[in-house]
Structures are given as C-alpha cells and as structure tokens.
Design a protein around this ligand. Structure first.
Ligand SMILES: Cc1ncc(COP(=O)(O)O)c(C=O)c1O
Length: 397
C-alpha cells in the first residue's frame, strides 16, 4: 500500500517522513521553528548563566505567564510554570490536607499516573477514593455529570476531573461539572493535560480551584512545559513539590505563591521561555488563529473517526460533541486482545508500526473489555492517513 501524504502543514514539523504519525496525543510534537526558538534561548542562557538566571529570567517568565494568561483568560499572577501535568496534579494533591474519611471523587477514565497520586495521598491521610463509573460507549455527556453528582456525599471535599480523558478520548462537560461541584464547596482539580490548544479555556470564568495543562501537547511548545493555575483564595495552602528560597524570601510587593513557584532550584526554563513564540507561530499559519486550529483539528478527528467506523463496521462510541482532537475506538470484538494486561504492549501496535509505519496507541480497556485504538488529529495530519490506517487494520485484523 502506498504511504499517504500528510497535510500541507507537515513541513512545519520535522516528523520522520517514513512514519504516519497519528499519535499527537501522547507527547505532542513541536514545530521546527519552535525548536529553533528554544535553541536560541539555550544559547542566550549559556552565554552568561548568572546574568540570565539572576537578572533576565524573572522578566522572561513573566512574559510567558502573561502570554498564557491572555490565551486562558485569567490573571498572570495566578499561574505557575511547571514541567508537566503529572507535576501539576502532584503539586495540588500533596499540598492539601485531608481529614480521616474525607472523600476524593475521581471518574474511572482518569489518567493512571494521576489516579496513582490520588491513591497515594488518600492512603496517607486515611481519606476515601470514590470512583465514578462512566460508561463507554456513551450516549450523551449529561450521563457524565449525572454519574458524578450521584457519587457526591457530604464528605466529598475534592474531585479530579479531566477536560479530555486519555484512554477513551472523551471531552468531559467539565464546565458544568466544575460549576456544580464548586457551588457545593467541593474543590475541583482540573486535569487539563489535553487542554490548552485543544479546547477553549476561560479559567477565571470556569472557576475551578486548580487547573493544570500541558503546553507540550496541543500548544506544540517544547517538552517539559505546563502550567498550574491556582485560584487566588486557594494559593496560601499550595506549595511547589520542591521547597526552595521562595519560602523565606522577603515578600516585597508580590505573594508567597509567586516567590515559591518562580524559583524551585536551577532548571532549564528555555522551554517555558519559548511559549509566547509557540503561541504566535502556529496562529500565524492558519487564518483565524487558535480558534480555527482547534476547530480544524476537531473536524479532522470526526472525519478520521467516521472513516474508521465505516471501515470497521462499528458505531461511533460517543456523540460528536464529546470528541475534540483525539478519538478512541473499540476494535471489533471478535478481534479482542483476549486479556492482554493494561501495561503490556499490544502486538497490534508493533505490527502497525513495523508493517505500515503507523504510530498509533493500541490498548486494552476493562469495560467493556476489549482492545481500543486512539487517533489524533493535528495540523500536520491529513484525511488520507486515516484511510490508510483503516486499510492497514483491515489487513491485520
Ligand atoms: C489526562 C492526562 N493527565 C495527565 C497526563 C500526564 O501528562 P504528562 O506526562 O505530560 O505529565 C496525561 C498524558 O497523556 C493525560 O492524558
């Protein structure tokens, strides 16, 4: 079979042309110009490290927080720059104090690393983890909200909610969930790992206590760039995982939150410094900027999913409004992996890569038990790539 061409935007990325890259969702992919921008920051840092860290860096990181605040409709002083969403989630959960018997609510589609953090923290405080079952396939997003509210008790103090779930690719009705829970005095920790650059976010209006999102995924910034947004009234109790100078530094006209998060020891901040350019760069290549990029990727994910559903003879597992730029599909049940454990690689993943050059995640999911694939749609992807994937699956399944 002839390898399909990517889209007309593919030249902006340096992706291996022998690979049909359909997994932007796992780690993102950074355009060449943004990588060059980071290199420029690295050169600038290494030209005079003391001057960079002590004199220049605070202003550069402030510029980054301001660029993010404009994008996210929030205030720059409420943002902390962290390395990834796992760190963001850990920062919140390990800062909070719980009473014995307090309940932390989490849907069963949560990302396992973040779920592990909840279990670890709950265990330490003798708190209870209350797992909300969300069906998949699912008919309507209202089911998510209802199932979550059904699990709320008077002991529920915190809920970790995804913007978009990782294994099942579902866009959660996170705005309604946040509104309902926060109005009941239940803190919401929004795991928006798939968030910025994928779905419009208006953080002040949203009103979640805590939000963390990866810039290295859908914003296409360098790896190791994420933010943590903490609502002002919650900032006093939140500390970085690394306690450093900021804890005792004279306050001046800023906040303890700022001091503590602005310096967590010497680290490579060049990825964070590149964020303003990353935002402008992709926006300048698509008429309509980021709203148009998000819309285009969403539409392509729907097209890709429809191509696969038709070819595999399966119904879409969720309505179109629960899809963003990733979509998970069950593979026909007769071809179920037959109980490949969750953490073991599925041989189909390797076969797709080795025989067809397709990079796509394949995993098992417990309910209903089976084997699933998750497509991604980013600017560099083309419709033909999903047709090619459908043909490859037909041959392998
Ligand atoms: C929902 C969700 N949360 C958290 C993460 C972790 O992201 P990172 O590895 O960048 O910390 C991911 C990664 O895919 C995710 O999908």
């Amino acid at each position: 079979m002839q390898r399909p061409e990517p889209s007309q935007f593919a030249h902006l990325w340096g992706l291996d042309s022998a690979c049909v890259f359909l997994n932007h969702g796992s780690f993102g992919a950074t355009p060449l110009a943004v990588r060059e921008e980071q290199q420029r920051w690295q050169n600038r840092l290494e030209n005079e490290p003391v001057h960079f860290f002590e004199e220049l860096m605070p202003t550069f990181l402030q510029d980054t927080r301001e660029a993010l605040a404009t994008f996210l409709h929030c205030q720059s002083e409420d943002l902390a720059l962290v390395e990834n969403a796992t760190t963001g989630v850990n920062t919140i959960l390990r800062s909070l104090e719980f009473q014995e018997g307090d309940e932390i609510l989490v849907p069963d589609h949560a990302y396992q690393a973040c779920r592990n953090t909840i279990d670890y923290v709950a265990n330490r405080w003798n708190a209870k983890v209350n797992i909300v079952k969300i069906p998949f396939p699912i008919e309507d997003k209202s089911i998510v909200l209802q199932n979550i509210l059904d699990c709320v008790t008077e002991r529920t103090v915190l809920a970790m909610i995804d913007t978009v779930t990782s294994p099942t690719g579902l866009r959660m009705p996170f705005e309604e969930i946040t509104n309902e829970l926060e109005s009941r005095d239940i803190e919401v920790l929004l795991d928006a790992a798939h968030g910025i650059g994928m779905v419009p976010l208006s953080l002040d209006e949203l009103g979640a206590s805590y939000t963390t999102s990866n810039c290295h995924k859908w914003l296409c910034a360098p790896k190791g760039t994420a933010f943590l947004h903490v609502r002002k009234d919650k900032q006093e109790k939140i500390h970085p995982l690394t306690i450093s100078h900021g804890m005792t530094f004279p306050l001046g006209d800023t906040t303890r939150f700022r001091h503590e998060f602005d310096w967590t020891g010497t680290r490579d901040v060049t990825g964070h410094c590149s964020i303003p350019m990353a935002i402008d760069f992709l926006a300048s290549h698509v008429e309509g900027g980021w709203p148009a990029i998000m819309r285009r990727n969403h539409e392509l994910a729907i097209i890709g999913r429809n191509i696969l559903c038709e070819s595999l003879g399966i119904a879409p597992p969720c309505p179109d409004d629960m899809i963003t730029c990733i979509a998970t599909l069950p593979l026909p049940s007769s071809n179920s992996s037959g109980g490949i454990p969750l953490h073991e690689p599925d041989p189909l993943h390797r076969e797709l890569k080795e025989k067809f050059g397709i990079q796509i995640p394949v995993w098992s999911w417990p309910s209903p038990e089976g084997r699933y694939i998750r497509i991604s749609a980013q600017l560099y992807n083309s419709e033909e790539q999903y047709v090619y994937l459908s043909q490859a699956l037909k041959e392998l399944l």
